[in-house]
Design a protein around this ligand. Structure first.
Ligand code: ZN
Length: 154
C-alpha cells in the first residue's frame, strides 16, 4: 500500500460496487476469503484495517469495485463480522444499505474438520452446515465447529 496519500484518502470512493463497512477489526481478509476473493481473482479492491470507529472502536472496511454481492454472500459475512453493513454503490451514490443476517444453512463454504466425514471424501458432495447457537453443525456427521470459523473456510 502506498504511504504517499494522507489518511483521508486511504479508502477512496468507488463508482460502482459494494462497500462492506463495520467489519470486526482484523477480519477484513477473512471476509475476502469467505467471498472467495483471493490475490488471483480480478476484483479491484480497497481494504482498510483498524480504522477508528465511533461505534466499534476499530473496524475494517472493504470496497469491491464493479461487483454487487448477492444475499447469500452477504449473509456468510455475518458469521465472522456480525455487525457488518453492506452498501451498494452506483455512480458514486449509495443506492442500498443493509445489515447482515446469519444464514440458516451454509453449503460449500466451510470444510468439516472430521476427516472421516463424507463431505471430505472424493464423493461429489458439498459440505453442509446448519447454523446453531453454539456454532456450525455438520449435517452429514454431526461434528460441531464452535470456534475459529474463519480457519475452516474452504
Ligand atoms: Zn462432517
Amino acid at each position: 500500500m502506498s504511504h504517499t496519500h494522507p489518511p483521508a484518502l486511504l479508502v477512496s470512493p468507488i463508482r460502482d460496487g459494494t462497500v462492506i463497512d463495520h467489519i470486526t477489526a482484523g477480519e477484513a481478509l477473512n471476509v475476502l476469503r469467505i467471498l472467495g476473493i483471493t490475490g488471483t481473482t480480478d476484483e479491484c479492491l480497497s481494504i482498510a484495517t483498524n480504522v477508528a470507529s465511533e461505534l466499534m472502536g476499530h473496524k475494517d472496511i472493504v470496497k469491491i469495485e464493479n461487483r454487487e454481492l448477492v444475499k447469500e454472500e452477504v449473509n456468510r459475512i455475518a458469521l465472522i463480522a456480525p455487525r457488518a453493513s453492506i452498501n451498494f454503490i452506483r455512480n458514486y451514490t449509495v443506492v442500498q444499505k443493509k445489515g447482515v443476517e446469519i444464514p440458516a444453512v451454509l453449503k460449500g463454504v466451510v470444510r468439516c474438520p472430521n476427516p472421516g466425514c463424507i463431505s471430505n471424501t472424493n464423493e461429489p458432495i458439498e459440505s453442509s452446515f446448519e447454523v446453531v447457537g453454539t456454532g456450525l453443525h455438520c449435517l452429514y456427521c454431526d461434528t460441531v465447529i464452535t470456534k475459529d470459523i474463519a480457519s475452516h473456510i474452504i
